[in-house]
Design a protein around this ligand. Structure first.
Ligand code: NAG
Ligand code: NAG
Ligand code: NAG
Ligand code: NAG
Length: 455
């Protein structure tokens, strides 16, 4: 979080924290809590409290008295610190409202004893209504933290109500997850075995063998699979879906201007098709200036750049039309803006528009990194990724695009912030579009498999 001060301001609560063990809190696992949380006139009161650590402004206070936030743009000490214990998950929630301005980012930040800032979650707060800010922290050491509200507006004055921090052991968290899996991902299936004349077969025995998981668990695939039977067997026996690491990218398929070569991508797609593996296209374009074919950044004339860019979109999307389960259309266009800088502010949106015309049935992703894995991130936060998708869908002609969010998920080799991830998914989920974890990885570390299972 070392670059937190780069144009990024922290505001601070006045010293109103107090410990209580009852009051209002938000269940991070309640899907209904993630609905209607964006602009409500009066925060709903929930009664769930049991066994939880809880901070609130007042227990019995039912009025809309507001917390006042100092908008000085600097960090100040708080007298009330909160002790956290390693191994627990702390889920944060608060209703927030702006006293000045409108639609400003408001987030929660935890400052640990060693001065590290942990982003705990964020929302776009409004002036005339309350918005639910959710998130949290999973501390990797026990110790005290200071809790701040942050805003990207130096002048922000924030009101907060029903601030709460709930503690979950990992077992409790897992139990909640399992309960949701039972409820949402499983259903009862009834088999009926009859003769052709529709009378029941008495004493029929049914046996079911699962040959592959139906959950779309995938893995990246690279061109070496074409050269190795071992790789092919290993892959085909495990995975239902893939993306090619580099083989569909522009810098691979058109290394030299005008000389397209789809040999590797075509062969890999053929292997996938023969083995019932779905392919998610990655990527039509990439908004990072360093990730263009080497000859592209040398083009200075915008008309010429537009020509080759449109040619690229047409070429790759026509070639694979109807064969892919989705496309990253303009990869990482929240972090980067190469095409916007070169071709105009609506470049991405217009490319999604063309992509939609070329292959209307394919799912089209906004695919970003650091959105759920919460590193030192102030750019592609859940709120901003959501807004990018909304911007693309609002572009004339894009209303019916089958949009989706790709959260890459490049985790650091440390305890993932599961509470933050839940809130990030809630924010992205409020779009009502599918969310995919598209590039999940974590470097080797002592608890790697535990962490991977957790996220
Ligand atoms: C239906 O078909 C089965 C098997 O052919 C037979 O045993 C049974 O008597 C039939 N039931 C009726 C109502 O026709
Ligand atoms: C196209 O790419 C393949 C490898 O992916 C390579 O073997 C082949 O030589 C290339 N063709 C041309 C014409 O460059
Ligand atoms: C667009 O670029 C292609 C080569 O990439 C070239 O053949 C064509 O003439 C260009 N068209 C225009 C109108 O510049
Ligand atoms: C971008 O698109 C919006 C409509 O979505 C339009 O109002 C605006 O003028 C466009 N801007 C440019 C630079 O084309």
């Amino acid at each position: 979080m070392k670059n937190i001060n780069n144009g990024f301001f922290l505001c601070m609560l006045l010293l109103l924290w107090c410990f209580v063990h009852s009051g209002i809190s938000i269940d991070p696992f309640s899907p209904s809590d993630s609905l209607k949380t964006e602009c409500v006139m009066k925060p709903p009161r929930s009664s769930e409290t049991k066994g939880l650590l809880q901070f609130s402004r007042s227990v019995e206070d039912d009025s809309d008295e507001e917390w006042k936030i100092d908008g000085s743009g600097s960090i100040r000490e708080m007298t009330q610190r909160i002790q956290l214990h390693e191994g627990n998950i702390y889920s944060f929630s608060a209703w927030v409202k702006l006293r000045e301005g409108n639609n400003k980012k408001v987030g929660v930040v935890f400052r640990t004893e060693n001065g590290r800032f942990v982003h705990g979650g964020e929302v776009r707060a409004k002036k005339r209504c309350w918005t639910l800010l959710k998130g949290g922290i999973v501390p990797d050491v026990s110790g005290s933290v200071d809790i701040f509200f942050e805003s990207d507006d130096k002048e922000a004055k924030i009101s907060a109500s029903d601030v709460s921090l709930k503690q979950f052991s990992k077992q409790e968290w897992k139990l909640k997850q399992d309960q949701l899996i039972e409820k949402i991902r499983k259903s009862k299936v009834r088999f009926e075995v009859t003769y052709q004349n529709k009378t029941a077969v008495k004493g029929a025995v049914i046996s079911i063998e699962q040959t592959k998981p139906s959950f779309l668990l995938g893995c990246a695939m690279n061109f070496r699979i074409l050269q190795s039977e071992g790789y092919r067997n290993w892959f085909a026996s495990r995975f239902k879906i893939t993306s090619f690491t580099n083989e569909m990218k522009w810098y691979t398929t058109e290394k030299e201007r005008g000389h397209e070569n789809y040999t590797a991508a075509d062969s890999m797609l053929k292997f996938a098709e023969e083995n019932g593996i779905l392919v998610r296209g990655h990527t039509v374009l990439w908004d990072d200036p360093l990730m263009q074919p080497t000859w592209v950044p040398k083009i200075e004339d915008p008309n010429d750049l537009m020509n080759v860019t449109l040619n690229r979109i047409n070429s790759v999307m026509t070639r694979y039309k109807g064969k892919l389960t989705g496309w990253d259309v303009v990869n990482e266009n929240v972090h980067w803006d190469y095409f916007e800088k070169m071709l105009g502010a609506n470049a991405s949106s217009s490319f999604y528009n063309l992509a939609f015309k070329l292959d209307p049935d394919v799912t089209m992703f906004v695919n970003e990194y650091n959105t759920i894995e919460n590193r030192v991130e102030v750019t592609a936060t859940p709120v901003k990724v959501k807004e990018k998708m909304e911007e693309i869908l609002a572009y004339p002609g894009n209303m019916n695009i089958k949009g989706a969010i790709g959260a890459q998920g490049h985790f650091r080799p440390t305890q993932p912030n599961l509470a933050y991830m839940r809130s990030a998914l809630d924010t992205l989920g409020s779009l009502g579009l599918p969310i995919w974890l598209t590039e999940v990885d974590m470097p080797k570390c002592p608890n790697q498999e535990v962490y991977i299972e957790e996220f």
